[in-house]
Design a binder for this molecule. Structure first.
Ligand SMILES: [Zn+2]
Length: 66
């Protein structure tokens, strides 16, 4: 697999998955934890979303600003 997601920073679960939402012609990607339902920062691409998840610090806004 090309992308390697780290365990959830909140609960330590490895049951994470990358997900996407589509708003009209815009798509955003983010990683979610299947155990505690934390979601990572929303990014324009899946690889960016995973990278953001892997490097995230505690923050609740998932609105994508760096
Ligand atoms: Zn979690």
């Amino acid at each position: 697999m090309p992308y390697d997601r780290k365990p959830c920073p909140f609960c330590g679960s490895r049951r994470t998955q990358d997900s996407a939402s589509h708003y009209g012609f815009v798509s955003i990607y983010f990683v979610v934890c299947r155990d505690c339902h934390a979601d990572g920062p929303a990014k324009d691409t899946r690889s960016e979303a995973i990278q953001a998840w892997n490097t995230r610090v505690y923050s609740h806004d998932g609105d994508g600003h760096a």
